[in-house]
Write a protein of this length. Sequence first.
Length: 422
Amino acid sequence: MKSIIALILSLAIVLSLAACTAQEEPVDVADEPVEIVEPAPELEKPDTPAEKTGYASLTENRPTAEIDWVQEGVDYSSVARLGVGLLKKAEGDNAVISPLSAYIALAMCAEGADSATKDEFESLIGSDTRRVANILLDRMKTDENEFSSANSAWVGWNSQLREQYLNDLVMYYNAEAYLTDFDIRIMNEWVNEKTKGLIPSVFSDELDPMTRLVLINILYLKAKWASPFDAQATYTDLFHAEGGDREAEFMHKTAHFEYLEGDGYEGVVLPYRGWGMKFIALKPTSGTVNDLVSSLEGVNPEGESRKIFLSMPKFDVDYRFDMVEPLKSLGLSSAFTDEADFSLMSEEPLCVSNIFQKVKVTVDEDGTEAAAATVVEMVATSAAPGFVEEPYELRLDEPFVYMIVESESNAPLFMGVMNDPS
């Protein structure tokens, strides 16, 4: 049986695209984009060849603005739909994904799409990606936790990327842009730094010679529980995995939690300090955890405060998720073919050749530390106080679904299935 763990917190997403075919005053952004004059389409390149330096910055002197994003009328459900759709396709023990990281990486890619390819992106992630991404990222930052996101665009020396496309990535996604010879050591070092060492590398093999662009999104989270577990109350117990019982370290706590109950599941909500994010665990009461994942339609938990004696395993998970086929099944198909239209990105026909994500999640008595990375590669084509009562005992001692979500919108940062915490 496949097992799936999905988290939405700290993740790094890398998009790798290969050719297939002075701060200003705040800007109020609603329906109209910030106006930028379209420069000449040919990419201006520094005098120093990338072959000699490994990479050179393309970020300097590009238009920037402090944008006051209008929050009224924003629909965040596309992040949850994307996460649920991808989680259902994730395979292997303890699968975990970052829907938000994937969303941002796809959004950066979609900025360069046109015609039918653009329509497919909008059907998958919506058309309001700039506001959704920026507002969610801003909400998750509190004084009580560490949360960061980083974007980068690695541009091949022989690419024909349009200046306006890079301007948009810098303006709306705060992306760092580099001219590069695609030295994987340099790109891996960037990922390692942005994930604070949780994801040391995303590339192990040299990229396709036809690669023209690599887009990377990084999410990193280190958040403490609003009410930590007592380490002295942690002890070894049995986790009833589908393949048999496993020993695991279980944390224990009696307190009032938000208790969740629905058709075929029960669960609990654990808030983090600052209340900008929360951890959700759902345990099947009938069927298997895979049945529970299959029944998910979104992230909209509603519960009631209840005194609970909670037993929850500590866990430390690493996962790589190859996303090409799952995304095709969700309707993003032309982007991977010679029919792809990324003409707003490049004069040279480009298509997506690969998209993958790497995720790391650690849960213990203090809280959660997580990071994510998704890689999309493009190559050249031929064309998110109760009353006194007896505690209800909730033991997460068998496979369960868990999520890390933004508290107000329930947009998932991470979603996963815990099948074996040992």
